[in-house]
Design a protein around this ligand. Structure first.
Ligand code: GLN
Length: 187
């Protein structure tokens, strides 16, 4: 089993460390050949508008859409914005594969970044999380399950084999969300 991490921009290497710790190998994905060697894919946090541009430049946009139709994909912050069917504040193109609405930068600017503990049905104890220019995510259909909340807002959503989180956990030592994502490969 090998998990790909889209490595065009953003927070990449920390994911490798978490997957290694969990006994799973990972591959940095920069082109089509890399992508199809992977059983699952992480779209990391970063800047979604830049990643969108780089995905198009690397001719990866439609391939990632296709990948999302059959294999597990986890979008984190900017990556969740890329997965969303609807993006606002401002409006932006996306892969449009997941029934969520992403309102960009809804938790404020870089200076407003904060650490929090989030609660959810899939964790026994709160999960440490970093919110960095994070979007607010909302489900657009009943195909989408909300798995965790912060102050009443949904922050972690699942639709089949697609996972979207508005926050980062790869900057912490806690690998529980990475482990949860790996379970998608076994189901
Ligand atoms: N605000 C960024 C965007 O709109 C996302 C920030 C992040 O990934 N931490 O793309």
């Amino acid at each position: 089993m090998q998990v790909g991490i889209l490595a065009l921009q953003g927070c990449v290497t920390q994911h490798v460390d978490h997957f290694t710790k969990l006994g799973c190998s990972s591959l940095l994905v920069r082109k089509s050949d890399d992508l199809w060697k992977c059983d699952a894919l992480v779209l990391p946090g970063g800047e979604s508008s830049t990643m969108l541009h780089l995905l198009q430049r690397a001719n990866l946009f439609s391939e990632v859409v296709e990948f999302c139709s059959s294999r597990p994909v986890w979008g984190i912050c900017a990556g969740a914005i890329l997965l969303a069917k609807k993006v606002s504040h401002p409006e932006q193109d996306s892969l449009e594969v997941m029934d969520i609405h992403a309102e960009r930068n809804a938790y404020g600017s870089q200076l407003d970044s904060f650490k929090a503990e989030i609660t959810g049905q899939i964790f026994n104890t709160p999960l440490p999380a970093d919110f960095i220019r994070a979007p607010k995510l909302k489900a657009l259909s009943d195909q989408v399950m909300c798995l965790a909340q912060y102050e009443g807002d949904g922050v972690l959503f699942r639709q089949g084999h697609l996972l979207a989180s508005s926050f980062h956990t790869e900057l912490t030592d806690d690998s529980r969300l990475h482990a949860y994502f790996l379970e998608f490969l076994r189901s």
